[in-house]
Design a protein around this ligand. Structure first.
Ligand code: PFF
Length: 432
């Protein structure tokens, strides 16, 4: 459940539905499925095998399996990259806190539709509100992680994942009953192979491993807590299956509503924080209470999904400080809270007062996002597969995966196919 929680996040709700529509509907879904099976699953299994074999987080695992070698840099890199992701992810998590609070006062259910749609732009460019919400979001994650792996992370995920699932199914059923929603279903399902360009294929692969939280040590760290009797292959298939199912259901909750309202689908923040409030405002004109309830449930879904992902990023750093630097759990969480808060605050301000501060032509928020999702995750994923495929003993990988007759195929994917495919995605992202 915790691994599913890490996987299911903002990526499923605001990126996947749009990418599917843009990338050729079910044609894109087929490519996404293939990349999940051929590339993401091998990376997942590589990370999981390393984590469970050593029962250590990223740095310690490298030290144990390849002591005194440059592999320790992979250990360090994958402590830092999830913390960079956490910093800007928390800014977006903060926006969902604000939007949930606004829904609770039924603010989207009455009032001028255009004004409601414009609220997002004025909110994120103001300095204080987003900073306060970023602090609140990171604070929630901190409280969960400080409570421990079992009593905090595991408990939170075991309780919220089933609820999250019910919420999103309810939203889907509701969206599919709206008049005009069929166009949204067609948008998601109609196969259009002409839209399946090289960059759409690279996006499908990239989305598949962003969505499964790969290449940044979260799966490795969670796997280090997994009991010997658990089967990692089943865990991997379960996580990937649950993640995809959630993304599809979220897609069928969001896109039919967008088309029913007669607007163009957007990607990213625009979809969740502009288009949907507009839809709630439209609904509110005839049925304010229903629009109010649906908007509360929707932003609650986003918030819970974001928290369950964010805690997995924080845990990687905490595990490192506790295992390698002998910090107490509380001290580790506080130190990381301070660091991520600061970087996140700068990212948050990059929508307003710091909008002109650019790194390689990007604002700080967008730089951190691109650096991690286009490069660091792919790089980490590549190194983990190379490590499991070429550096770890084959018998150890076999012993961890316990995949029976399928091991030969999985090992081939880990050694050759996944690394080659990641290099292709990497180059495509670099040059397209
Ligand atoms: N899988 C998360 C999502 O789809 O939103 C994002 C994510 C979580 C990325 C954890 C990286 C990570 F370590």
């Amino acid at each position: 459940m915790a691994m599913a929680g890490s996987a299911i996040g903002l990526g499923n709700i605001w990126r996947f539905p749009y990418m599917v529509g843009q990338g050729g509907g079910s044609a894109f879904i087929i490519v996404y499925l293939l990349s999940t099976l051929l590339i993401s699953l091998p990376i997942f299994l590589s990370e999981a095998a390393i984590g469970r074999k050593t029962h250590k987080s990223t740095f310690g695992a490298m030290q144990r399996l390849a002591p005194g070698t440059p592999w320790r840099w992979l250990g360090l890199l994958t402590v830092i990259s999830p913390l960079i992701i956490l910093s800007y992810y928390s800014v977006v998590g903060g926006w969902s806190v604000e939007f949930l609070l606004k829904s609770l006062t039924f603010s989207f259910s009455s009032g001028d539709e255009a004004q409601i749609m414009g609220f997002f732009g004025s909110f994120i460019s103001s300095p204080w509100g987003p900073l306060a919400c970023h602090t609140a979001f990171l604070g929630i994650c901190t409280l969960i992680v400080v409570a421990g792996v079992k009593k905090g992370i595991e408990k939170f995920s075991t309780w919220t994942m089933p609820v999250l699932f019910l919420l999103v199914v309810f939203l889907m059923v509701y969206a599919l009953t709206l008049p005009g929603s069929k166009a949204g279903v067609d948008y998601l399902l109609k196969p259009d192979f002409s839209k399946l360009t090289a960059s759409a294929v690279a996006s499908a692969m990239g989305q598949s491993f962003f969505s499964l939280s790969l290449g940044v040590g979260t799966i490795l760290t969670y796997a280090s807590y997994v009991h010997e009797k658990e089967n990692l292959l089943t865990t991997g298939l379960g996580t990937a299956g649950f993640d995809l199912l959630f993304a599809l259901i979220a897609g069928f909750a969001v896109m039919p509503a967008v088309f029913a309202a007669g607007i163009e689908p957007a990607a990213g923040p625009g979809l969740v924080f502009e288009t949907l409030p507009y839809i709630f405002a439209k609904m509110g004109a005839s049925t304010p209470w229903l629009s109010g309830v649906v908007s509360i449930l929707f932003f609650l879904t986003i918030l819970v999904a974001a928290v369950s992902s964010a805690i997995s990023m924080l845990e990687v750093g905490v595990a490192y400080l506790v295992e390698e630097k002998n910090f107490s759990r509380t001290k580790a969480v506080c130190v990381l809270f301070a660091g991520c808060w600061l970087l996140g605050a700068l990212c948050s301000l990059s929508f307003g007062p710091l909008a002109n501060v650019k790194i390689l032509g990007e604002t700080l928020f967008s730089f951190c996002d691109k650096l991690t999702s286009n490069f660091l995750m792919a790089f980490g994923g590549l190194l983990f597969t190379l490590f499991a495929g070429w550096r770890m003993k084959k018998a150890d990988v076999r012993g961890e995966l316990r995949a029976g007759k399928a091991f030969g195929l999985l090992y081939f994917l880990i050694r050759y196919i996944a690394p080659a495919a990641i290099i292709v995605i990497f180059l495509t992202n670099l040059f397209l």
